[in-house]
Design a protein around this ligand. Sequence first.
Ligand SMILES: Nc1nc2c(c(=O)[nH]1)N[C@H]1C(S)=C(S)[C@@H](COP(=O)(O)OP(=O)(O)OC[C@H]3O[C@@H](n4cnc5c(=O)[nH]c(N)nc54)[C@H](O)[C@@H]3O)O[C@H]1N2
Ligand SMILES: Nc1nc2c(c(=O)[nH]1)N[C@H]1C(S)=C(S)[C@@H](COP(=O)(O)OP(=O)(O)OC[C@H]3O[C@@H](n4cnc5c(=O)[nH]c(N)nc54)[C@H](O)[C@@H]3O)O[C@H]1N2
Ligand code: SF4
Ligand SMILES: [Mo]
Length: 732
Amino acid sequence: MNSLSRRKFLKISGATIATAAVLASSAKSIVNAAENVTKKNGLQIIPSYCDLCFWKCGLLAYVKDGKLWKVEGNPKDPLSNGRLCPRGTGGVGAHYDTERLKSPLIRKNLRGEEKWVEVTWNEAFDYIADKMNKMKATYGPEAMALFSHGIGGNFIKHLLRAFGSPNETAPSFAQCRGPREVGFELTFGDVVGSPERTDIENAKCIVLIGSHLGENMHNTQVQEFSHAVEKGASIIVVDPRFSVAASKAKYYLPIKPGTDMALLLAWMSVIVNEKLYDADYISKYGNGFEQFAAEVSQYTPEWAYIETGIDPELIRETAREMVRYKPATLIHPGRHATWYGDDAQRSRAIALLNALMGSWGRKGGFYVPYSYSIPKYPYPSYPELMKEPLDNPNGKYPFATGEQISTGIREATITGQPYPIKGWFIYGTNLMQALPNRDETIKALQNLDLMVVVDVIPSEIAGWADVVLPESVYLERYDDLNASPFREGFVGIRQPAVEEPNDQKPNWWMAKKLGEKLGLGAYFPWKDIEEYLDIRLKLAGHSLTEIKKEGIIKGPKKPIYYDNGVEPEFLTPSGKIEFYSTQLAKAGFDPVPRYTKHPEPPVGYFRLLYGRAPVHTFSKTQSNPILADLMSENEIWVNADLAEKYGMKTGDRIKLKNQDGVISDPIKVRATERIRQDCVYMVHGFGQKSRQLRSTYKKGASDAELVTKYNTDPLMGGTAMNVNFVTFEMEV
Ligand SMILES: Nc1nc2c(c(=O)[nH]1)N[C@H]1C(S)=C(S)[C@@H](COP(=O)(O)OP(=O)(O)OC[C@H]3O[C@@H](n4cnc5c(=O)[nH]c(N)nc54)[C@H](O)[C@@H]3O)O[C@H]1N2
Ligand SMILES: Nc1nc2c(c(=O)[nH]1)N[C@H]1C(S)=C(S)[C@@H](COP(=O)(O)OP(=O)(O)OC[C@H]3O[C@@H](n4cnc5c(=O)[nH]c(N)nc54)[C@H](O)[C@@H]3O)O[C@H]1N2
Ligand code: SF4
Ligand SMILES: [Mo]
């Protein structure tokens, strides 16, 4: 980490710990007297893994005098390397949040009116089981769908499958990295995955297209990026906004939003026409290179200049810069890829540019990851599915993957086609912020006979539920084992460090109890989760007692590059890297990516862009008292000249109105040179509208509310959301 970001990091961590100590003295908590905790200076130090986002960094929870004191990175954990990101460090705030849900609730009035009665867990489960059984009898079990995000959803997924429903989805796919995975799989026969298999640590040249590392705080990547910068890696950043990453870059390309495909094609044409690619690698592993080369060679930097606004010489120079360091040149695949609607093809173009560098499977490019193999729990087999999932009827999106399309399930809930959806079980996802076009979500949920939300706070989505189930936060519960793919196989455990302050319960307990009410007890044969985890670990030759001590069990180090012994394998139809894709051609799509021009904002309107802030995760951390202290609302970035033209200055409050007339809550202006004039930018997750959650109510504005329009990726059903335009409303 360079000195600037290290100072910032320390500043943030220091503030966090001080606030935590103050909070600790006022809240109730009881120490879990686990036998295996390490004792040091009278402290209990309990290893677990973080849930402030879904990266799952290993942590150590410090409990002092019965109170949760702080969390730090677990030095044994390969993802955190002993250090959490600012959000993770603020994790204790989730436990001490005074606005948490305290007991199960059943809706009293109309859906969405946020009027509740407190009930016992037994009453809540009776209510849910009764509705689910009636639904099964009338429509079949597939009428119940699950939306979830994160590992905490595993036991509820199991419950829904045992119930007989195939409909299970996460907005972290078709609203996030879905198109990227499809683009890479079409090219290399494998996905990038999560955590990304990017060898940032060893890259000598890193190209970031949008991906805003440093604001996007995925811990391991940010640490590796800092190391690479320290080691002098050449950084090329392509972003309409001068991001934190751009401030580390040798080349910053302030691209016109929506034109990245033109830049990618021009880069590839320079590399192909000047024969700068890794010819050996391509002749060994490539397929259809001639057709590909013939197609891309037409896209000159001069042509791309008109689209992107980037100087042709700069395009040539950056192409040669990438070539200079190949194969240790990593064109980062990004993560949140749902931008304009041709996203799987743009991701494929990124994959192809990497293929020209020979970076897939090579040091400093993309390594070959390993997952620690822990056998599944030996459950009885699930009931036979009577119907197919309905997210993608008739294979409308031919390259959709096994991960279902959330908006597909939403649409079926509205239309009742191809069959009715009458129940939504929602675990750990705020669909009000995560799905585009909120009106469609509300329309769908008004059609339901049952809507259950499992959350830790009275979130916006909980406000619409019939039954709200309060969950223990991650520092109070066990979850399933984490065996993420990484440089080395490992397995991590989440275990409780403190007890719940009220009547909150963990997801596994909810799934088991509700399963028993539904007559599905045979699918929950374990006594409790400790028994479940112990059985799984014993099947792999370990035990719960063993893993509780350090929180991590590591597998052997194995080679991770083609050059040191990994046998290359491409699970494509040709068994090679598909420069020309026959599967795409057969399905009527471009076998080699082509440029699509995207509509530009009308006069007086600006493209709405959005992204991440280092101290928050989506819409899930805004009520966390520690993180709210660091950032309690978002701002709208407006180009300084533009702001002047409109008579706005930093700190003014304005509203934004989108192309469909939707008006946002008031948001502070940040007039800055760091953004182009044709777009504006805000951090996602703010402008929440849950009246129960006072600390977040209308703090800042919501990008999601303004995302009424979206384009659907014709290959795989991803929903592109960078296609909305806003104008300024000065009267607040
Ligand atoms: N702190 C924090 N970190 C997070 C998360 C979080 O919530 N908080 N969420 C995690 C998750 S799940 C995800 S998916 C990732 C998302 O993080 P990334 O994958 O890095 O997301 P992007 O969409 O690339 O990020 C937005 C950036 O793209 C730029 N941009 C917008 N439009 C264009 C365009 O047309 N062309 C180009 N070249 N750039 C453009 C924006 O200016 C902004 O800098 O972050 C992860 N990390
Ligand atoms: N407009 C717009 N839409 C987007 C994005 C964007 O940037 N802009 N980003 C997209 C991306 S990249 C992604 S990955 C998705 C993310 O979408 P989501 O995963 O839906 O993210 P959140 O909005 O943070 O919703 C998380 C919910 O989980 C709850 N929660 C927190 N902790 C717990 C817990 O321990 N247990 C339970 N049961 N619940 C908990 C929170 O209170 C919150 O209601 O959104 C996508 N949609
Ligand atoms: S990246 Fe940060 S918030 Fe996410 S799991 Fe790691 S420490 Fe926690
Ligand atoms: Mo995401």
